[in-house]
Design a protein around this ligand. Structure first.
Ligand code: ADP
Ligand code: 5GP
Length: 214
């Protein structure tokens, strides 16, 4: 179900890197590596009504809120986008996106395909990447090894993965997450290439030309 939030048109030299995959596809793992290696990234901390996993911290991984609070935030236009995923609500707060991108910093989003569709149409500087698991069997093994869901919830996430993978054509880049190191190198290459786009580097042109006039 696609939820329409208030129109937002954000243009910025900063990269808004949208990373999507089925649950267990490797988003959190790869995003934490990117954030460690590139301090210019801010992570978009989503709000959710699901419960925190043992290793998760409120305010760092997610803001965990009650459904009534989430609904109040929706009514107040707090979110850039929000969606129901695996039966829980998830949303991207709008103001940090505006502040981060306006300051020229880069922002990274771990969101589902519904959220990605909404941000693709509202953030001009977005770059979208879909991570593929190698197979259903490997995805199941990874989810089960992570152990964050009971078998019933894990099964539902695996079922949902099929439709999520079918949505991959809406993403600009595809990365296969088989070997973690290879996937990370590809992700990094995409980011670095996007940082070199001429449209993001107009200040460089002017700065170098200015040295001829000094
Ligand atoms: P997501 O954030 O997309 O739900 P995670 O990053 O939590 O996925 O990854 C799910 C599990 O799979 C984690 O336990 C992670 O350590 C593991 N994992 C991720 N990528 C790989 C990989 N390339 N090879 C082996 N295990 C992986
Ligand atoms: P998890 O419960 O495994 O952390 O996340 C479940 C799904 O919700 C993942 O696909 C994740 O990318 C997505 N998700 C997390 N935050 C947001 C958000 O703010 N908006 C949307 N649309 N999806 C989100």
């Amino acid at each position: 179900m696609l939820k329409k939030e208030k129109p937002m048109k954000v243009d910025s030299p900063g990269v808004a890197l949208i990373i999507c995959s089925p649950s267990g596809g490797g988003k959190s793992t790869l995003i934490s590596k990117l954030i460690r290696d590139f301090p210019n990234f801010s992570f978009s901390v989503s709000y959710t009504t699901r419960h925190a996993r043992p290793e998760e911290q409120h305010g760092r991984d997610y803001c965990f809120v009650e459904p009534s609070e989430f609904e109040r935030l929706v009514q107040n236009g707090f979110f850039a986008e929000w969606a129901t995923v695996h039966g829980k609500s998830y949303g991207t707060p709008l103001q940090p996106v505006l502040d981060t991108l306006a300051s020229g910093r880069d922002m990274i989003f771990d969101i589902d395909v519904q959220g990605a569709a909404q941000l693709q149409s509202s953030i001009k500087s977005q770059v979208s990447i879909f991570l593929f698991p190698p197979s259903r069997q490997i995805l199941e093994q990874r989810l089960s090894k992570r152990g964050s869901e009971d078998p019933q919830k894990r099964k539902a996430r695996l079922q949902a993965a099929y439709a999520e993978i079918e949505a991959a054509p809406m993403f600009t880049y595809w990365v296969l997450n088989q070997d973690l190191h290879t996937a990370y190198e590809r992700l990094k290459s995409i980011y670095l290439a996007e940082k070199c786009r001429s449209k993001r580097n107009q200040a460089l042109l002017h700065a170098v030309l200015a040295t001829w006039k000094a």
